[in-house]
Write a protein that binds this ligand. Structure first.
Ligand SMILES: Cc1ncc(COP(=O)(O)O)c(C=O)c1O
Length: 374
């Protein structure tokens, strides 16, 4: 992986929960696309279309979806969530359930439905003895939807999607998963977990560019969404601009209003190719080994407490910690000066290494941390 990830030479990069660096294959795909545009313009457009279709298939494979027809390529997670929030036929008195402290993208589009009389029930999953049971307990006969981040952005708290999906299915409640902090790091299976809608932008654990997102919709659930954007691209044969029949595609393409992000597709196609080649299961093993390593090393540091929940089923690619003797911002500043890339979220230092980083990278980080705390 050293050749594929030159960032390894730039100091410990522990910030995939913010923006992941690109692998070499992704940068080369983008360079090739730029060169092609420079020299030939869109002369090879049919290849771009083939790549778009291949990308849908690869993404379907990555998330365990039966068909590429369930995949739309939108511009970011927020757009995907808004497509569902504004697409459902809410009735006054309906409610939806969310974990408390979700990232704004998975909160604001739902809160905006208050104007239609929708009640948003936010559940504190961290203080509940059983997070999944608490989310389910917040549901009643008027609950239309549960929306969760598979992994929480601030501390990496992971939810059991299978349990939640089964509970939603039993109660005829739609199940939305913001998978941006999980997909690419730990496997997601939309079918097994009975997920109705899933969204994830490419720029974190998927190691792709910003501004292109996978939006999965299960068939039944897809047909429940009114379309809030229209354009030439939302048809089975989008290049027929003077059609008689303006019925949108049955596939998820119906959510893609206009011209695609072809450059983003070229880059993401390469990133997903790499992840599939490595294998989601092998990647997950490495990600969790890194988390285990960080947890065991951080536990041994004096005055330091791990904010993330450490039970095996709650672990993800994110580990957050605080120190009694130094504010998180100060630790972050010192680590940055030592060449470590991480983040501060919620007054804690957030670490998020990916599969390609070996123990030696984390060991180097722990050394820098010890120096920073001195
Ligand atoms: C849980 C979660 N959802 C969504 C986003 C970002 O959304 P978008 O793809 O719209 O930028 C983030 C980014 O940090 C996130 O952590």
């Amino acid at each position: 992986m050293r050749d594929e990830f030159p960032i390894l030479a730039a100091g410990p990069y522990l910030n995939h929960a913010a923006i992941g660096p690109w692998p070499r294959c992704t940068a080369e795909a983008m360079q090739a696309f730029a060169e092609e545009n420079l020299l030939r313009g869109p002369a090879a457009y049919p290849t771009w279309i083939r790549r778009e279709n291949d990308l849908r298939k690869d993404l379907a494979r990555l998330i365990g979806a039966h068909s590429a027809d369930s995949i739309a390529l939108l511009k970011n997670t927020s757009e995907c969530i808004s497509t569902v929030a504004w697409g459902l036929d809410w009735r006054a008195g309906d409610n939806l359930v969310l974990p408390r402290f979700e990232f704004p993208s998975n909160r604001l589009p739902w809160l905006a439905q208050a104007m239609q009389g929708v009640e948003v029930r936010e559940v504190d999953i961290r203080t509940a003895p059983d997070a999944e049971a608490a989310l389910v307990a917040a549901m009643d006969g008027r609950t239309r939807l549960l929306s969760v981040s598979a992994v929480q952005w601030s501390d990496g708290f992971r939810l059991d999607l299978q349990r939640l999906g089964d509970a939603c299915h039993k109660r005829h409640v739609l199940f939305f998963v913001d998978a941006i902090q999980q997909l690419g790091a730990l496997p997601v299976d939309v079918d097994a977990c009975r997920i109705d809608f899933l969204a994830a932008d490419a720029h974190k654990w998927l190691l792709g560019p910003e501004g292109i997102a996978v939006f999965y919709t299960a068939g039944q659930a897809r047909s429940q969404l009114a379309l809030r954007q229209q354009g030439w691209h939302m048809f089975d044969d989008p290049w027929n601009f003077q059609r008689e029949d303006w019925t949108p595609a049955n596939s998820a393409r119906r959510f893609e209003a206009g011209s695609p992000n072809s450059a983003g597709q070229a880059a993401l196609h390469a990133s997903i190719g790499l992840l599939l080649e490595q294998g989601p299961a092998a990647i997950a093993t490495r990600v969790l080994e890194n988390t285990d390593y960080l947890v065991s090393r951080l536990r041994a540091v004096r005055d330091l407490s791990i904010v993330s929940r450490c039970e095996p089923q709650r672990r993800s690619g994110i580990v957050s910690f605080q120190s009694d003797s130094m504010p998180a911002r100060e630790i972050y500043r010192k680590l940055g000066a030592a060449g470590c890339t991480c983040a501060v979220r919620d007054n804690a230092v957030r670490l998020s290494p990916h599969f390609y980083q070996e123990e030696s990278v984390l060991e180097a980080f722990v050394g820098h941390l010890a120096d920073a705390l001195r």
